[in-house]
Write a protein that binds this ligand. Structure first.
Ligand code: NI
Length: 192
């Protein structure tokens, strides 16, 4: 197996839509999956999409863990030709990074509860529901197949920061939430 080079933001492979895979069980696909698993583990990522290793095909892998600590030593879930379904319009904000955008993190809105389906490397249909970090990572990786990076999903670019500065974004966001809550209480009092 081999550790592959990871494409970085700006390269066309990250903005081009990826092609469907006709035969998920093909030898070429199995070999790529092996290389991608090794590459993701080496980079300490929790998800990786084929376009990130310069393969413009619809293949993703991710750790379906409840949190980052829980993700250690897990075998990644591999999904070919994945599709996402939204159960409702509930959105959650959470911190994301991307191996193709090293050194940065951002606060990104994502659907809180999704269903997803795809084909496993041995050709079986996989269908699951996901919430929280699990739902977030699946949406992030499927976005890579459509040429979308997390920064393109952000609604407030003041919440994009270097890794070392992200703590300031979190503090600011928490202060804003407290202020919004206080304003809401004030409003309730006035209206009552
Ligand atoms: Ni990414």
């Amino acid at each position: 197996m081999a550790i592959l080079k990871i494409a970085r933001m700006g390269h066309s492979v990250l903005v081009d839509p990826a092609a469907s895979i006709e035969d998920p069980t093909a030898e070429r696909i199995q070999r790529l999956i092996g290389h991608m698993k090794e590459t993701m583990a080496d980079a300490q990522g929790i998800g990786l999409a084929a376009p990130q290793v310069y393969q413009s095909i619809r293949l993703i892998m991710f750790l379906d863990a409840a949190d980052r600590e829980d993700a250690v030593d897990r075998e990644p879930v591999v999904l070919i030709n994945p599709e996402i379904e939204h159960f409702n319009d509930d959105v959650e904000y959470g911190i994301e990074g991307c191996l193709s955008i090293p050194g940065l993190q951002g606060l990104v809105p994502r659907h809180a509860h999704i269903g997803y389906r795809g084909v496993s490397p041995d050709g079986r249909l996989i269908e699951r529901e996901a919430k929280g970090l699990h739902a977030r990572v699946v949406q992030h990786e499927v976005d890579h197949l459509d040429g979308v990076l997390y920064t393109m999903r952000m609604t407030d670019l003041t919440k994009l920061a270097f890794d070392s500065e992200m703590k300031h974004v979190i503090e600011r966001t928490q202060a804003e939430a407290r202020m919004a809550e206080a304003n809401q209480e004030g409003f309730d009092e006035q209206s009552g």
